[in-house]
Design a protein around this ligand. Sequence first.
Ligand SMILES: Nc1ncnc2c1ncn2[C@@H]1O[C@H](COP(=O)(O)OP(=O)(O)OP(=O)(O)O)[C@@H](O)[C@H]1O
Ligand SMILES: [Mg+2]
Length: 371
Amino acid sequence: MSPMRYLRRSLGWKLFLSYLLIVIVAVVVLVGTANFHTSTALNRHIVEMQEALLHGVHAAEDLDASLHAALNEIIAVAAFVAILAAVIVSAFTVRRIVTPLQAMIAGSQRIAGGDYHQRVPMASQDELGALAQSFNQMAEALEQTDRRRLELIGNVAHELRTPLSSIRGTMEGLVDGVLPPDPATFLGIQHEVARLQRLVHDLEELSRAEAGQIPLNRRAISAIELVSPAIERLRPQFEDKGVALDVDVPASLSASWADPGRITQVMLNLLGNALQYTPPGGQVSVRAWREEQALLIAVQDSGIGLDPEHLTHIFERFYRVDKSRSRAGGGSGIGLTISRHLVEAHGGRLWAASPGAGQGSTFTFSLPLAS
Ligand SMILES: Nc1ncnc2c1ncn2[C@@H]1O[C@H](COP(=O)(O)OP(=O)(O)OP(=O)(O)O)[C@@H](O)[C@H]1O
Ligand SMILES: [Mg+2]
């Protein structure tokens, strides 16, 4: 880095140089004024001294007093001019530092008041400029968080509305005598209540996952042990629907460093989706293999697949490709969001791939190996 560039980026050096400049200016002005003023002051006092000598009274004291007076006058004038110059130079440097700081104070106060559009200008390349940049990044992050918060409230309200209006409709039908008070009617209500409960549970999980507050109870565990609980739990549902479930997980695979409970949750989500989005007669397979320093686990299905434009969005909360289809299955579009957070909390990644709609999809995640 060239010295000039370094200088432009360092507030410390700028301050040091400005102090140096003030001292130099003060000294130059002091010397200049002293030189300029010396002859005038001395001449005046020499005249006074000559008069004193002529009269001969207390000659020595008068001479001494005159010299002191001349010297004091020179110093007083020079010091005054030097201080004036120093004040002007330092006012300039202080303004360059204080103005951006004041802008940041004003900006942060407006942000504290809820106006997240605030940005401050980046006037310099030094630490103050870097501070302004971090300030703007913080404002951007706050603005995004606020937008997401509003979005979340909107989404939650929307998700609650459907089951609630369904329950209300059934209740009104019961009260009006339009619906018979038989088990089928009450089962309908129970179904909607269960859906609400599941939604609330998922939302709790989501908020904890997004806040990074899911404690991991990690241990070295083999791949087969990791995937088996979810497979065994869902196997009956696969059989009921007529979807084949293949498992290809070598027992010899190196152990990974993971929380079995949380990975079971991820596997339940992925297998649950595969089952939900694969028509009867289809096939789902679970595979695991090692790649470099990671264990990879993939859930592949021959189901409805995903168009490329949906592939990245499906991990966003409440995102569903086909709203009506997922609603029928009770999905709210949170499962993959939570799964991705859980995998990332392990230091791994979760991603989706699909050749296109109608051609099945594959969800793969990585986990670190136990060292
Ligand atoms: N295996 C899959 N095949 C095709 N589409 C899928 C698959 N898995 C997920 N999707 C799409 O991604 C969307 C988001 O999935 P996600 O699991 O997050 O939500 P969901 O299954 O709708 O609801 P839930 O919160 O109950 O899991 C789904 O609505 C679906 O459109
Ligand atoms: Mg799901």
